[in-house]
Write a protein of this length. Sequence first.
Length: 374
Amino acid sequence: MTSLHGHRPTRAEIDLGALERNFLALRAHLGAIVKILAVVKADAYGHGAVPVSQRLEAVGVDAFGVAMAEEGIALREAGLRSHILVFGGHFPGQEALVIQHNLTPVVYSLDALRALDAAASRMGRPVPYHLKLDTGMGRLGLHPNDAVRFLVEARKLKSVQLTGVMTHLSSAEENDQSFTDLQAERFRRAFSQIEAAGIAVPLRHAANSAAALFRPDIRFDMVRAGLILYGIASSPKGTGIAAAPVMSFKTCISFLKRVPSGTPISYGRSFVATSESLIATLPVGYADGLQRRLSNKGHSIVRGRLAPIAGNVTMDSTLIDVTNVPGVAVGDEVVLVGRQGEQRIGAEEVAQAIGTIPYEVTCAISKRVPRVYL
């Protein structure tokens, strides 16, 4: 979609050129040996999995990561041919779909692997898998001490092939790296045991964006890059490379009204004008992903100036105070996330204002907001 003429002006602009430059900057930072898996789960964190994946495949990404088989199938149906790793593995009954669409599931139980092997045997198509070890995330994964026992049993299966071993870091974004160090040590120890058992592992991977940028000692054979590709800092240290935000969230002023001092604004009257004020109505609300928690906290940018959100964000509309914006008019562009002139509101700043993480900010922008690709 390239034009919103005749449509509501609320949109998310996705700069695929910035995405490509971010990828190339990361490639240069890592060097040529370490592979890059682009994390495109959750519709590429709200950026649009298919267009994002198409651009990244064109510039040489090594693999894609999705959360579930359905996301991987959507990429295949769009023509993507690169390796696709399914982080959450497969659910019972999905084995044939995984094999049919050439997906690589993450596995952490023998029952799941045996079901995959049986389906692969019936279909006559050997299937690769990655083994996940739980080194401290406490979510999914096999205990590292059980890795050799698992892989010895797995070698008895004829239609599945181990192509990688992975773990998930829980705290790589933090300044305190002590727990990340512990996880890395557990991962290395498991590998020593696997190698001692004579089991070959083509790929080892643990690093997310933060670890890929700032922990060269745990990049191993491949990194899983998410936020950094979208130009968002995942660490207090920043992005570490020249990376620009890919997404901007924008709308336009649809109505202006001047209100006297003492006028309550929006549901619950949580904002009351303390002087005569100029209030703008925006055609965007929490159903679009503008978090209700930004009520009376968040800001927008109008004519290069910050304009605060006034009152509670509602489902379809939001009010901002533009009293101090000279020349403001109906139809003016309003930036909710992104840059206008010298002002910028990043997903990081929005997340900090409401006590969440940047992932939630971009993922929350709903499907009724059209993505405009630049």
